[in-house]
Design a protein around this ligand. Sequence first.
Ligand SMILES: C[S@@+](CC[C@H](N)C(=O)[O-])C[C@H]1O[C@@H](n2cnc3c(N)ncnc32)[C@H](O)[C@@H]1O
Length: 169
Amino acid sequence: MTIDEAASLIRCPAIEGVVATWCELGAGAGTFTVALAGLLAPGSHILAVDRDAAALASLPATHHGVSIERRAADFSAEVTLPVVDGVLMANALHFVRDHVAVLRRLRQVTAQMIVVEYSGRRPGPWVPYPVDLARLRDDARQAGFGTVTGIASRRSAFGGRMYSALAVA
Ligand SMILES: C[S@@+](CC[C@H](N)C(=O)[O-])C[C@H]1O[C@@H](n2cnc3c(N)ncnc32)[C@H](O)[C@@H]1O
C-alpha cells in the first residue's frame, strides 16, 4: 500500500490539519505513520510503537513538521503509554486474541482511536483474529468507545475489504 492510499483510508476531521499527539500501535515500517504525519498539522507528535525494532528503524524522525518517536514494545503486554489525543492501529488489532483487553487499556490513555482492519476475512496466519466492523463496534463499546463510525474502505489484495473506522468515547 502506498502512503497516499493509507492517507485516503484514515483521512478524517479528527486528524486533518489538527495539531495533536497520536500514538500508533503496530506501526511496522511506517506507511500509516507517515500518512498520519502528513495529515496532522506541523507541530504534532506521533509515538510509533512496534515490537519489531528493525521495522521501526526505517521511520523518519520527522515528516511534514511532525516529530516521530519510535518505541520497541509489545502492545499486548502492559506497555505504559502517555495520554494522547488519539491512537491509530492499522492492520495490527487482529494479531491479539483479546481485542477488548487491549482496547480497554487504550481507553485509559485516549478518547479516540482510528482502526484499520479487514472485513470478509477468515482467521489465518496473517489475520489470526479478524475484527470486522461489526465486531469492532461490539469490542469498542465494551471497552468504553461508545461511537464507531466507518471512514472509508477499499478492496484488499489479500481478499475481503480493508476498512477504517473512528472510535470515540
Ligand atoms: C501487518 S503489519 C502492519 C504494519 C503497519 N501498521 C501497516 O499497516 O503498514 C503488523 C505490525 O504489527 C506489529 N505487531 C503485531 N503484534 C504486535 C504486538 N503485540 N506488539 C507490538 N507490535 C505488534 C508487527 O510487528 C507488525 O509490524
